[in-house]
Design a binder for this molecule. Structure first.
Ligand SMILES: N[C@@H](CCC(=O)N[C@@H](CS)C(=O)NCC(=O)O)C(=O)O
Length: 213
């Protein structure tokens, strides 16, 4: 049984939970972070000195942190050959898109856009900074869109770990009040993800409790 520490409104927890759901693993999740607190206690910091969520513990293993690393642990332990191949030359195809998503999509969306639009009071919102951040994000989403015009999934023909790292941000991207580019392959991909039960359950989670008015 997996134990997971992290509130379900955290985007990193969502990526992890989606992966757990796709792999059909049994788990127990504890609400930690933001309004729940609990991530600054000595017990929690002993598991993750960064005080961030998610943290995962698998049976007799030490607690793990850093979402990308945890996803790889789960993929290596419980995934199949398509989800995260063993052979290095196949695995790199997935890893490059997974890494790219964390560095370019998550980093250019969550704090610069989502936080400014949802987690900032309207009177303090910096519209110019949001517009600039959207321009940067859209450069990268265009790369994803080009890839998705040729392939059903972000790393190719199969659903993989890279889809988790990339796709978990799309619910918020398509849901919040921002100007979006016309990226039709990306939209079709987002619709495909919504056919997945684990995506609906763990990613399409209301973020209203995070909103600052
Ligand atoms: N690089 C870390 C970042 C973790 C992180 O920043 N988590 C956020 C939630 S997405 C957090 O702990 N926020 C504090 C809180 O929820 O109280 C990872 O990928 O796991």
């Amino acid at each position: 049984m997996l134990e997971i520490w992290g509130r379900k409104t955290s985007s990193n927890v969502q990526a992890l939970m989606w992966c757990v759901g796709e792999l059909g693993l049994a788990y127990r999740r504890y609400d930690i972070g933001h309004r729940f607190g609990g991530n600054d206690t000595p017990e929690f910091l002993a598991m993750n000195p960064n005080g961030t969520i998610p943290v995962l513990r698998d049976d007799k293993c030490e607690p793990m942190w850093e979402t990308g690393a945890i996803l790889r642990y789960l993929a290596a332990s419980y995934g199949n050959e398509d989800f995260w191949p063993i052979e290095a030359r196949r695995r790199i195809k997935i890893d490059q898109w997974a890494e790219w998503s964390k560095l370019n999509i998550a980093a250019n969306f969550t704090a610069p856009i989502f936080w400014r639009v949802v987690r900032t009071a309207a009177k303090e919102r910096d519209e110019q900074a949001i517009t600039q951040a959207l321009q940067t994000l859209h450069k990268f989403l265009l790369i994803a869109n080009n890839q998705l015009e040729q392939h059903p999934y972000i790393a190719g023909k199969a659903f993989t770990l890279a889809d988790i790292q990339f796709g978990h941000l799309l619910y918020r991207y398509f849901d919040i009040a921002i100007e979006r580019e016309n990226l039709s392959a990306l939209e079709r991909y987002y619709q495909r993800l919504q056919q997945r039960e684990a995506f609906v359950e763990h990613v399409m989670v209301s973020y209203e409790e995070l909103r600052v008015i």
